[in-house]
Structure formats: structure tokens, C-alpha cells
Ligand binder design. Structure first.
Ligand SMILES: Cc1cc2nc3c(=O)[nH]c(=O)nc-3n(C[C@H](O)[C@H](O)[C@H](O)COP(=O)(O)OP(=O)(O)OC[C@H]3O[C@@H](n4cnc5c(N)ncnc54)[C@H](O)[C@@H]3O)c2cc1C
Length: 496
């Protein structure tokens, strides 16, 4: 089944009110949630548009029916590349984060980890997960993924925190399910998601076994509160604003207060040995998703910078051209890393095809850290107007409107109306609360840079490089290049 965006919205508006903004309890029809719902609307529209058939849709591995690609478990490199392309296409329309990849990455982490836990412990989590996935596909659900716990004192393990709620944990185990409490934070999209997928955020030890918990819960479940922080572009008057200004998002502190999770929705219950594995499965899948969204964010920043240069009539100046090329490097390096991660990925025992961790992490690390530099390029080329421009109303009414409409034109080839639209757009992209959100998201979303460093330190073969140096230094006589020689793209022979 594929829902329309209207059906998605109707389902949301029927949910119980458990959202709080600025100290007030509000419904899902509150206007501050709307920009995020509009973004999700794009993902429903694309799946129903025949032009994007096979890109925005896929065939369910559990029902055999057509589903939204965001609910699909990738089966091969092509699936991963399609996901990457879909993110870029959707995110370009939204002007940034499309917000669907977290749920997708959460589903993938559950699919792989439940299978591996069953193989080790003889449990039946994977079948449970597949039953849940069938419902997910049949209802065309959308989920956010709540991995990040509030974490309290960073130097203490979950079980050693003063407040046990600093990490979501099992309070009680019953025959028919579990009861959980605790806080997750920075959870994007939760107030307009059907479901919340919960996975652990870190490696765990035996003493942390109550914190080894993964499950899925309806976003309005009894005992779940969503303390929401919406973020928009500066101009949010939907009727007058450009398409870009309809969009935004929300992040939440998700509070679990003795929430009952029925057994059929529990996918990890105290298997602390798999804490690190499931945390990394989500994070690495998410870092591959980033190779689709990062190019889109760079596309938007590049476009805004090129337009600002034109509005300033400096588009042919050499330093501007040089700066624009830096966006191309950031965008396409991220995209290339995503393709490499897909082509050199691996089939897991669950059947899910998983991106190559090295390429996914390298792409995320290098291009995520470029984000402030990219904003700097835009700021430099746009000039101070990006932060000091009068409000739109001053151009539309009042004593100064005629003078301001003359003032706004810098390049005589552009009309006052076009010039105003360009500078309002550039202001929104470069100097709004949404701009700050993208800057912080570029650094921390999908894991702080140190997490990618740790992932690379875990998986990268530094010994191989040392052996190379020993050979070149004349210490060893043989150079072992068998690993490089044997590195084949997955399904390599079929690609020839
Ligand atoms: C815009 C945005 C959207 C997000 N959306 C989601 C989402 O949808 N779902 C989700 O689950 N998460 C989401 N996140 C959370 C994101 O994954 C985290 O911000 C990220 O993993 C970093 O965690 P943190 O914010 O707790 O920072 P911290 O982990 O506290 O990091 C702060 C600093 O402390 C250091 N540090 C932390 N612990 C230690 C330690 N033990 N020893 C030494 N140094 C340490 C870190 O290296 C870093 O330098 C989102 C974040 C952002 C910014």
C-alpha cells in the first residue's frame, strides 16, 4: 500500500496529543509542526509519481507488494545507490533534510541484528521483526529512529549514571512484554512519525544489560511524551513564500515513562553483547544515507552562492569561480563515497545488503566537517546583507517601500522583484535558525566526527600500510598486495 500525503496527515491528526512545545501541550495539527509534515509530504508524493517508480518505490521482501523505498531493506548495491539518489532528489526539493532516512536505517539495523542475535542465542527476534515489517509495509508507515540517549555524565557507563533515565532501559520484564523508561534526545521527525524505532546508542557491558533494548512503538503510545523543538526558515508565511519556505523540521526529547512494549514489538531484550553491533549498524547505515543528503545540502548552498554572486554581479570574478568549485568537490566526493560504499558493500546473513563501512565513514567524516566552510563561502560572496536585510514587510508596505525596492537591486539585469526573492532566499539559506540547524547537523548528525574516527580505527587496515612502509624502507623483501588484489566489487563479475 502507498498512502497519499493527505492520508498520512489524516492518520497523524487522529493520533493522541503527546507533543509539548514551549511548555504547552499541542496537537499534531499545530502550525509549528506543519513545515516538517510538508517535508514528509514530498516523500509520499514521489512514491506515487510514475516518473519515480522504481526509485521512490521498491518491492517488499515480505509482502511482494510495491512499497515506499523508505520502508525497504536493500538487497543489493543497486538498492543502496537508488536510496542515495532518492535522498538527493528529495532533499533538493525540500532544500535540505528529507527526514526519512533515520527510520530506514533503524529498520535495517533491526533486520540485521535480530538475525545475528538469533544465530548466537537461538532467540526468535528476526521472525518477530519480519512480522512487524509486514505491518509496516501494509500500512505504509513512517518511523523516526531514536538512538541518541541523553547520556548524562559522558564519562560514566549507562548503569553508573546518577539518573538511570539518562539512557532508555528496561524497568520490568513481563511474560507479554517489557516496561521501559528513560530519555532519548535530538530525535528528528518524532512528532510527525507514525512509529518510533528505538535502538541503543553505544557499546554495553554485562552490568548495562537493562540498557540493551530495541523496540518499535507508536509515536503516541501511552507514557511517551515528545518535547518538541521546531525549526524553520525565517520566512514562514506559506501563502506568500517561495516553495522552499514551506519546509522545516522538528527534533524532540522523547520521554519514556514506564511505557509498556508488547513482546511482538521487542527486538532486543538484555543482549548486551550486541549493543555495539546494533549501534554501529544504525550509525553506518545512516552515514551511507548521508552520502545522498550531503550532496543535496551542498547543491543548495552552491546554488544560493551562485545566485548571490549573480545578484552582486560578481559571477565572472575568478575567486568566485574558484569558490564555487569547492561545493562541487564537497557534493560529489560525498556522492562518490556513497557509490563506493554500495559497490563494495556486503550481504549480511539477514539478506540485507549493507554498505561498506570504510567508504561510508570516510565520506561522512570528510564532507560533514566541511559544512562551516561551505557556509563561509556563501557568507563571503553574499556580503553582509545575508544577516542585516530588512524584513519582507518593509519592501511591501509603509513609507520606504519604493526606495527599498530600488535599493535591493545590485545587478541591473535583475528586476527588483527577482532581486528581493534572491536575497530573501539567500538570507533563509545562510542566516536563519534553519541554517544553524544544518551547521550543527553537519557536525553531529549521524555521529560526531570522533565517532567516525573510532569507526575507521576499528575497521581500517593500518597494519597493511605499515607493511608497505617496511617494504619501501627495505626492511621486508616481500610486499603482500593480496587484499587489494582480491578486493572485488560485490556482484563484480556481473558488472562486467
Ligand atoms: C540536527 C540533528 C539531528 C539529529 N537527529 C537524530 C535522530 O533523528 N535520531 C538520533 O538518534 N539522533 C539524532 N541526532 C543526535 C546525534 O546522533 C548526536 O548529536 C551525536 O551522536 C552526538 O551525540 P551528542 O549530541 O550526545 O554529543 P556528545 O556525544 O555529548 O558529544 C559532545 C563531545 O563530547 C565528546 N564525548 C562524548 N562522550 C565522550 C567520552 N566518553 N569520552 C570522551 N569524549 C566524549 C564527543 O567526542 C564530542 O566531542 C541528531 C543530532 C542533530 C544535531
Amino acid at each position: 500500500m502507498l498512502r497519499t500525503k493527505e492520508q498520512f496527515q489524516e492518520d497523524l491528526f487522529r493520533m493522541k496529543s503527546n507533543i509539548y512545545i514551549d511548555g504547552e501541550q499541542i496537537g499534531r495539527d499545530d502550525h509549528r509542526i506543519r513545515p516538517g509534515i510538508n517535508v514528509l509530504g514530498i516523500t509520499f508524493d514521489l512514491a506515487l509519481d510514475p516518473k519515480y517508480n522504481g526509485l521512490a518505490t521498491a518491492t517488499s521482501t515480505v509482502t511482494g507488494q510495491k512499497i515506499n523505498r523508505w520502508a525497504h531493506l536493500p538487497q543489493n548495491p543497486y538498492d543502496l545507490m537508488q536510496k542515495q539518489k532518492l535522498i538527493r532528489i528529495g532533499a533538493r526539493r525540500a532544500g535540505g533534510c528529507i527526514q526519512r532516512c533515520m527510520g530506514h536505517d533503524g529498520l535495517n539495523a533491526l533486520a540485521i541484528c535480530t538475525k545475528e542475535m538469533d544465530e548466537k542465542f537461538g532467540t526468535d527476534y528476526h521472525q518477530r521483526f519480519l512480522n512487524y515489517l509486514k505491518l509496516y509495509h501494509e500500512n505504509d508507515w513512517d518511523a523516526c529512529c531514536a538512538q541518541t540517549d541523553s547520556k548524562g555524565d559522558r564519562l560514566k557507563r549507562p548503569s553508573r549514571q546518577n539518573d538511570p533515565d539518562a539512557y532508555v532501559h528496561i524497568v520490568e520484564e513481563r511474560k507479554d512484554g517489557i516496561v521501559v523508561s528513560g530519555y532519548k534526545m535530538s530525535i528528528t521527525q518524532a512528532p510527525y512519525a507514525d512509529e518510533i524505532i528505538v535502538v541503543p546508542t553505544r557499546a554495553l557491558m554485562e552490568e548495562d544489560r537493562d540498557y540493551a533494548v530495541a523496540f518499535a512503538v507508536p509515536a503516541d503510545q501511552e507514557g511517551v511524551s515528545l518535547v518538541t523543538r521546531p525549526v524553520w526558515l525565517r520566512d514562514k508565511d506559506e501563502k506568500k513564500a517561495a516553495p522552499f519556505c514551506k519546509y522545516g523540521g522538528s527534533d524532540c526529547v522523547v520521554i519514556f515513562d514506564n511505557v509498556f512494549i508488547p513482546k511482538e514489538r521487542v527486538f532486543m531484550c538484555k543482549e548486551w553483547q550486541f549493543g555495539r553491533r546494533i549501534a554501529l549498524l544504525f550509525a553506518d547505515s545512516h552515514r551511507h544515507s548521508y552520502s545522498g543528503c550531503k550532496p543535496a545540502v551542498s547543491d543548495v548552498l552552491c546554488g544560493a552562492t551562485a545566485l548571490a554572486a549573480e545578484a552582486n554581479n560578481i559571477q565572472k570574478v575568478s575567486h568566485v569561480k574558484e569558490k564555487l568549485s569547492e561545493f562541487a568537490s564537497a557534493a560529489e566526493l560525498a556522492f562518490a563515497a556513497g557509490i563506493a560504499a554500495a559497490v563494495y558493500g556486503e550481504k549480511t546473513s539477514s539478506g540485507v545488503f549493507f554498505p561498506n563501512k570504510i567508504y561510508a565513514n570516510v565520506g561522512r567524516k570528510l564532507t560533514g566537517e566541511l559544512i562551516y566552510h561551505e557556509y563561509n563561502l556563501l557568507t563571503e560572496i553574499a556580503g553582509g546583507i545575508i544577516a542585516t536585510m530588512p524584513f519582507k514587510g518593509d519592501f511591501e508596505k509603509g513609507d520606504n517601500k519604493d526606495r527599498l525596492m530600488k535599493f535591493i537591486v545590485r545587478n541591473p539585469k535583475l528586476s527588483p522583484e527577482e532581486s528581493l526573492k534572491i536575497w530573501k532566499f539567500v538570507e533563509n539559506v545562510g542566516a536563519s535558525s534553519m541554517a544553524s540547524w544544518y551547521q550543527v547537523a553537519g557536525v553531529h548528525g549521524g555521529g560526531s566526527p570522533i565517532m567516525e574516527t573510532i569507526a575507521l580505527n576499528l575497521d581500517y587496515d593500518f597494519e597493511d600500510k605499515k607493511a608497505l612502509a617496511r617494504y619501501l624502507a627495505g626492511i621486508d623483501e616481500e610486499l603482500d598486495d593480496s587484499k587489494l588484489l582480491n578486493q572485488e566489487p560485490t556482484f563484480g563479475k556481473q558488472l562486467v
